[in-house]
Design a protein around this ligand. Sequence first.
Ligand SMILES: [Zn+2]
Length: 235
Amino acid sequence: MIDAENLLVLPGFVNAHYHSYDVLQKGLLEDMPFDVWALHSQPAYLGPRSARELRLRTLIGAVDCLRHGITTVQDMNSLVPMDEPTLDTILAAYAESGLRVVFSAAVRDVAALDIAPFLPAEAPEAVQALVRGAPADTRTQLDFVEAQIRRLDPLPPWLRWGLSPSGPQRSSRALLEGIAKLSERYNLPVLTHVYETRAQAAKARSLYAAQGGSMLRWLQEVGLLHDRLTVVHGV
Ligand SMILES: [Zn+2]
């Protein structure tokens, strides 16, 4: 029995979009427009963190959620590096916390950043290369994700897998179709960033001209516009 006099009883809140790697970055990059912020905030830019930091980072975020009534998060996580020890450390911290988590390892295989089309053409090649970054291997990432789903079965209580192409424009057709197959094979939800900013809407018009400039029609074409999809942002 809990004495709830003068209190309200609510169901637990769900944070449908969460990046636990940002937990220790609060206040670090304030007041930046999104497209500029994205050039600074990627976890890969901070380099690999110690297992201790990964554990604490995950726990601090989980405690913050639980203290404020959030009982479930969908954590779209960029593993740095994308390997089993990094994943195991984070999942063990979640299991310890008791928070419900839909966990996905974010994948992307297109190097261009969202604002790259708006870089001045006269920007030196060295600058353009820095902004573009290097593309990642499609098969390696899909194989890693599927191998983890099979290796860590069953997951600890309260944890569930999700699948995350970081964004349609950051993913090749092969990567998106590979994720669609995994979603179907393992009946898993898909979380992806769609239209985070107006700049991305403008980019979609050129990238998906054959689909009427629509990122959503493109998602439909690659088999991802289904009832397991979470469209994140949707500006
Ligand atoms: Zn996000």
